[in-house]
Design a protein around this ligand. Structure first.
Ligand code: ADP
Length: 562
């Protein structure tokens, strides 16, 4: 029902207006300022009609406006000249000459305007509230996205809830570390020991209720539950009436992953919007919590793997060292015996001693490979880089292995390109790489065939490796000296090409068992070349032969690369 206050000292007018504004209007009249203000305060009229002929017209309108800013103010006046001060404070005018209907319609229009304005301001407030919440939701989600720390994620969730719901108490049961659940209490006021025991019990019951007949993922005992308390105003205390406050409860979980649960209390009842907001945040935090768990697991697995890798390297290094000393002693003794220093040997004795010597050499080769690999992997390999020419490496390897090749009836040749630019490399390590490639070629090539060492200069974009090695070469740029060892041996099947570079790989073939080896030569070569900013790859055809290539940047490219 619309309420109208009519302020006038003219009885005639008061009578006329009370006739016009009969039911359904609620009509109030006043002839003095104080009564007008009292009615204004207690009845909050929607429309206030003030007779301009009273002395206090201007002041009563002003005072009423400060109490009732959204009411409609109408001035009843017969004057055509009005003070500007009064004009700006009223919404409409009535005159004595107006018909009843005109008066009614003027008041109607103003009533309608007033109601519409009120509705609009209500809608504006709702809109502002929603915007604020959206903003909080957005900033909370951004915080979620930026963290993989479970404790921080839970803190962000509570912070987001506080900003948007301004609760009195939040009880969050969080499983940030599997070993120990924590009850985080964010409270407006201090909580006594008795109340705390009750809250703990309630939280544990809430938690258990989530799993009905199933066993909860963690056993929790209310008495020993660890509590973290954040109190805003410790001077005040909550009493047990807290449990009469409105409350909301939600689990924090994703699928089978359970991270905790949250209950919030507020003296003023929560709205349905509050409930939606609460559930949204509790759900939103679950995904980052899951990511954080996975991240934690990966981190722990990585740490374990790193530790295992370290232990393995240490083990290899210790064992190799321990083997080397007695092996050297055996080798020396064999040298003495085969050198005839302990007397003449018969044919059989010499044969067996030479066999023992060959095996000691093979064993020390394997031990040296193991030591090299553990040094490279531990980053302890020393390199002595210097400008040099690849020919010296090729010459050295050819000379040192030509005897072995000849023994096997193989033809070892080096086709060198003249005037190749210098490379910046550790010559000993390159000799090691090339020795391994040529030894393999000797091992896997049948009698009567040829092994060729070639070298040339090429730009990175001219290198055309087999598809399976494209990734290994993708970072090369500039000019490289490329060395190729080509044999006419048993070859390697396409599927085994990359496997040949794996540690301890020995590809099953007719010769692998017979010739033996550590399976470390190629992985060592690969790492040594990586240390030179180079690469190694191969191409092969079973029964036709293999081509092993390696590339080292020419000195000026090497400088550019470092
Ligand atoms: P190993 O000491 O056993 O030769 P490598 O790492 O040098 O170890 O080689 C790994 C495997 O790659 C060899 O066991 C062999 O099966 C294969 N391989 C290497 N070079 C050749 C080659 N020239 N021809 C055929 N197979 C080869």
């Amino acid at each position: 029902m619309s309420k109208i206050l009519f302020i006038s000292q003219d009885e005639e007018k008061t009578k006329k207006y009370s006739q016009i504004f009969k039911k359904p209007y609620e009509f109030f009249t006043s002839s003095d300022e104080n009564t007008a203000l009292e009615i204004g305060e207690s009845c909050m009229p929607d429309v206030i009609i003030t007779d301009n002929s009273i002395k206090f017209a201007k002041s009563v309108i002003k005072k009423l406006k400060s109490i009732l800013p959204s009411s409609a103010y109408i001035l009843l006046t017969s004057k055509s000249e009005l003070e500007p001060d009064i004009i700006k404070n009223v919404n409409a005018f009535l005159t004595d000459e107006m018909s009843d209907n005109l008066i009614l319609s003027t008041v109607h229009v103003n009533l309608k305007t007033k109601n519409s304005l009120e509705q609009l301001s209500g809608a504006n407030k709702d809109l502002a509230d929603s915007l604020y919440r959206l903003n909080v939701l957005y900033s909370t989600s951004s915080q979620f996205a930026g963290s993989l720390d479970k404790q921080k994620l839970v803190d962000y969730m509570i912070e987001g809830m506080d900003k948007a719901l301004s609760f009195d108490l939040t009880c969050t049961l969080a499983f940030c570390t599997e070993a120990e659940p924590v009850l985080i209490l964010n409270s407006l006021y201090e909580i006594s020991e008795e109340l705390l025991s009750a809250i703990k019990l309630r939280t544990v019951l809430n938690y258990k209720s989530l799993f009905e007949n199933k066993t909860p993922p963690f056993e929790i005992d209310a008495e020993n539950l660890k509590v973290i308390k954040n109190v805003k105003y410790p001077a005040n205390r909550f009493t047990f009436t807290l449990f009469r406050y409105d409350n909301m409860f939600a689990p924090i979980s994703l699928g089978d992953n359970f991270f905790g649960c949250i209950e919030i209390f507020k003296e003023i009842p929560f709205s349905s919007d509050d409930a939606t907001y609460f559930q949204t945040i509790a759900q939103q935090v679950s995904l980052p919590l899951k990511s954080a768990s996975l991240y934690q697991e990966i981190k722990e697995t990585n740490q374990k793997l790193e530790k295992l890798e370290r232990l393995k390297s240490e083990f290899i290094s210790i064992v190799s060292h321990e083997l080397r000393t007695p092996l050297t002693a055996i080798k020396n003794s064999l040298d003495i015996l085969t050198g005839g220093k302990c007397g003449e040997l018969n044919d059989a004795g010499e044969k067996f001693l030479l066999m023992a010597k060959r095996n000691v050499q093979r064993l020390s080769g394997i031990i040296n490979d193991l030591l090299d690999l553990s040094k490279i992997e531990a980053g302890k390999m020393d390199y002595h880089f210097a400008n040099m020419n690849i020919h010296s490496v090729i010459d050295y390897v050819k000379t040192s292995l030509s005897g072995l090749a000849k023994e096997k009836g193989l033809n070892l040749i080096a086709e060198e390109t003249e005037n190749l630019p210098e490379i910046c490399a550790d010559s000993q390590r390159l000799e090691q790489v090339l020795t391994n490639l040529v030894s393999n070629a000797i091992k896997f090539t049948p009698e009567g065939k040829t092994i060729t060492i070639r070298s040339h200069i090429a730009n990175a974009n001219q290198l055309n490796p087999n598809d399976c090695f494209k990734d290994d070469l993708k970072n090369l740029s500039g000019d490289y000296i490329v060395v190729c060892v080509e044999d006419e041996g048993i070859g390697i099947a396409q599927k085994d090409l990359t496997r040949a570079f794996d540690k301890f790989a020995q590809i099953e073939n007719s010769l692998s068992r017979k010739v033996g080896g550590s399976g470390l030569g190629l992985p060592i070569a690969k790492q040594l070349l990586q240390a030179h900013s180079g690469a190694i790859w191969c191409d092969s055809e079973p029964d036709k032969g293999s081509r092993f290539y390696f590339a080292i940047p020419v000195a000026h490219s090497y400088e550019l690369l470092h």
